[in-house]
Design a protein around this ligand. Structure first.
Ligand code: FNR
Length: 188
């Protein structure tokens, strides 16, 4: 049976390397995975008052509903100051509330960090994983995905052109499909 995977990209930049990697992952995914990019840039910054007073902004409600219907979630994150960009952390926070109604609980996930630098977003990757533990997102452990030197991986059209990265990401998506199947039973 096919599984719906929400892709969350932690960059709003037009020429984002993370977004380009997300697009590549979409095309490399096995047929059993239906990959959908979920936009997070319009989400109002999390403020607990809105939930406590029952006046959640529509951007939150739409996002929560959409993510509830996903079987899995794939995070593609750049690294900002050795951590996760605010836009992605905000999406995690919005999806985690109101208390007891988290959209993340038990949903299998995977993390890909992307950077033009050589450290490949390791800090962001692992800071994100810290939140995923608390949110009870079983995050695939192997293969880990640290995509470094990102500026060298694409052709002039922004398409992934590095053969080794292509091969690795294809394998990554195959493993993720298995991970989703294995962990799907733990949902609900
Ligand atoms: C960065 N960048 C960066 N890179 C990195 O490898 N480690 C870091 O800690 C940071 N910190 C950081 C902070 C801020 C505020 C910005 C704007 C940038 C550089 C970053 O990797 C680069 O801009 C990427 O191109 C961002 O990812 P996208 O937008 O290409 O997906």
């Amino acid at each position: 049976m096919s599984k719906k995977v929400g892709i969350l990209v932690g960059s709003l930049r037009k020429e984002s390397f993370s977004r380009k990697i997300a697009r590549a992952l979409k095309t490399l995914a096995p047929a059993a995975l239906v990959m959908e990019e979920v936009e997070i840039g319009e989400l109002v910054m999390y403020n607990q008052d809105f939930d406590d007073e029952g006046v959640a902004p529509s951007s939150w409600s739409v996002f929560r509903e959409r993510m509830k219907n996903m079987d899995a979630v794939l995070f593609i994150t750049p690294e900002y100051n050795r951590s996760v960009p605010a836009v992605l952390k905000n999406a995690l926070d919005v999806g985690s509330r109101p208390y007891g109604q988290s959209v993340w609980d038990g949903k299998p996930g995977a993390v890909v960090s992307v950077s033009p630098g050589g450290l490949s977003g390791f800090g962001a990757n692992h800071h994100l994983r810290q939140s995923l533990v608390f949110l009870n997102i079983p995050a695939m452990q192997q293969p880990e995905a640290y995509i470094g030197h990102a500026a060298d991986l694409f052709d002039a059209n922004g398409t992934l052109s590095n053969e080794k990265t292509h091969e690795f990401l294809q394998k990554f998506m195959e493993e993720f499909a298995v991970w989703i199947e294995t962990n799907a039973l733990k949902k609900s």
